[in-house]
Design a protein around this ligand. Structure first.
Ligand SMILES: [Ca+2]
Ligand SMILES: [Ca+2]
Length: 148
């Protein structure tokens, strides 16, 4: 009797898991093609953040316009979140991680200040404003763009 109940229970759980898997696939199909930003709350430096987004078949978010900035801001918890912008190659020439000079910015007052050589950009959760920070220091997480 106990065994039977156990089996029923695990069948039910398997069924539910399958259901959510299919639901996930369905949602993925529907949102395909539209920008999909995901905030990953995980303490990591810029390089790990880049790897994390890539492991989700995406990339660090590269903000090109006020519209994209507006889309991300409401998703941000408090803290600092890496985006795909840096001036590693050429000081004070900020570029997207996948190439090209930035076409938009939302720098906080007094930023970027390159304080003790800051080269990677975070979005600040409270305001959505940008700040350059040290690439090898852990932030609160990252904003990934997993647009297919
Ligand atoms: Ca810099
Ligand atoms: Ca700074």
């Amino acid at each position: 009797m106990h065994t039977m109940m156990g089996n029923d229970k695990s069948t039910m759980i398997r069924f539910r898991l399958q259901f959510f898997l299919w639901l996930g696939l369905l949602v993925e199909c529907i949102v395909k093609g539209t920008p999909t930003y995901v905030v990953v709350e995980m303490s990591m430096d810029w390089h790990d953040a880049k790897t994390e987004c890539e492991s989700r078949s995406g990339k660090l978010a590269e903000i090109h316009s006020q519209a994209e900035q507006n889309e991300i801001e409401p998703l941000l918890p408090s803290g600092s979140y890496w985006i795909g912008v840096n001036d590693m190659n050429d000081e004070d020439r900020f570029e997207y991680a996948t190439g090209g000079r930035i076409t938009y910015n939302n720098w906080d007052d007094g930023q970027p200040n390159n304080f003790l050589n800051q080269d990677c950009v975070v979005l600040q959760g409270e305001s959505g404003s940008w700040n350059d920070d040290w690439c090898n220091v852990d932030s609160s997480g990252a904003v990934c763009d997993i647009t297919s």
